[in-house]
Design a protein around this ligand. Structure first.
Ligand code: CP3
Length: 337
């Protein structure tokens, strides 16, 4: 990466031998930033906004202008895939994502693979534009097949797992057909993001925690298939929510993990994996002195680890004060050599 800042990629390869800590944030761009809200207010529909590559670029760069971040993450959403496969989604205030159709309502729901990648071209255009303008690595991302299936099944964010558990028991071959169809599109989606300039890929399995013993069958097997298809020089980071990574590490070729807030990074830091996350973004509500002390503590604790990346265990929420985030990150970054 020439003279560019590559400490994130070094850490993902467990080769960050300097006394510094790479930093990026889950959902680092979004509704807690006034500059995001300004642009967002010009669009009634989220997807109308993200289909514009120059806007995606601007939204990606916004947090980099504010904070000392060591990575950019392409501004888009995991729900681009069902949208591109013919099931559009709208974000309704206070309700989250609402799909035009769902497997619960319509067990015959069809996913269209044929033009899916063409329909996602705006993401690849945005990726190229962003890449030309940054001096830190660019993270591309996707939802996992399972997590996207959960949204398709419920047509919205799930409130419990009863219905989907019943469906998996009685219709497992249909579930696998949907998962396979999405895995194929996601494979090409990841590939095209890499071709367009993504330096690493994060897979969000945000609803992985809905599965227990059947996690391997319905989620991990498809994530592993994707992981094996990605060139070995591109690090892949797996984020699962509601699940400790103990049960996963042994069963996947993936070696970079983003922990959620319930796991414990200290249980995993000495393993031969790269590790990020776990920090609860609610801590950003602490007062300024506490935040500075916390940043110093984190730096002292992890500065010698070659595989540690500072990140959050869940996305930043709109109630968080961006200035507090700045105070914390400035302290963490200023301690680095
Ligand atoms: O800088 C960034 O990281 C922003 C890019 C990004 C977005 N979504 C933009 C977005 C990323 C990485 C995502 C991932 C995402 N989207 C996940 C995985 C991470 C996680 O939190 O588990 C999930 C589950 C989604 C699905 C999703 N997208 C939901 C549930 C919602 C609505 C509720 C919410 O939290 O906002 C979205 C919409 C969305 N995606 C917004 C943003 C900034 C807000 C939309 C708006 O402005 O109206």
């Amino acid at each position: 990466m020439n003279s560019k800042n590559s400490i994130l990629l070094d850490a993902l390869r467990r080769e960050n031998n300097q006394e510094n800590i790479p930093i990026w944030l889950l959902r680092q761009a979004g509704r807690y930033l006034p500059e995001y809200m300004k642009i967002r207010s010009q669009y009634s529909d989220f997807f109308d906004m993200i289909r514009k590559p120059d806007i995606c670029k601007e939204l990606t760069l916004q947090p980099l202008r504010r904070y000392p971040l060591d990575a950019a993450i392409t501004f888009t959403d995991i729900l681009t895939i069902p949208d591109a496969m013919g099931v559009p989604v709208k974000f309704i205030k206070g309700k989250g994502p609402i799909f035009s159709d769902s497997i619960i309502k319509n067990p015959q729901l069809e996913l269209k693979s044929q033009n899916a990648i063409k329909n996602l071209d705006y993401v690849f255009e945005a990726t190229k534009l962003i890449k030309a303008d940054i001096n830190v690595p660019l993270i591309g991302f996707t939802g996992s097949p399972w997590t996207l299936f959960v949204y398709l099944f419920y047509g919205e964010s799930p409130k419990n797992r009863n219905e989907i558990s019943g469906y998996l028991k009685n219709n497992s071959s249909n579930a696998h057909s949907y998962l396979k169809a999405m895995t194929e599109v996601i494979h090409e989606y990841i590939d095209a993001q890499i071709q367009s300039g993504a330096d690493c890929i994060q897979i969000f399995d945000s609803w992985g925690g809905m599965l227990d013993q059947d996690y391997e069958e319905f989620s991990l097997q498809y994530i592993n298939e994707l992981a094996k298809s990605i060139p070995s020089n591109i690090p892949i980071i797996l984020y699962t929510r509601g699940k400790t990574i103990d049960s996963i590490i042994e069963s996947t070729p993936i070696s970079c993990f983003n922990l959620d807030i319930s796991d414990n990074i200290d249980h995993h830091i000495n393993k031969s994996i790269a590790i990020q996350g776990n920090f609860d973004p609610q801590k950003f509500h602490s007062d300024v002195n506490e935040l500075e002390e916390l940043a110093t503590k984190i730096f002292e604790k992890y500065k010698k680890n070659n595989n540690y990346i500072f990140n959050l265990g869940s996305g930043i929420t709109p109630d968080i004060d961006p200035d507090k985030v700045g105070i914390f990150l400035e302290r963490l970054s200023s301690l680095s050599s």
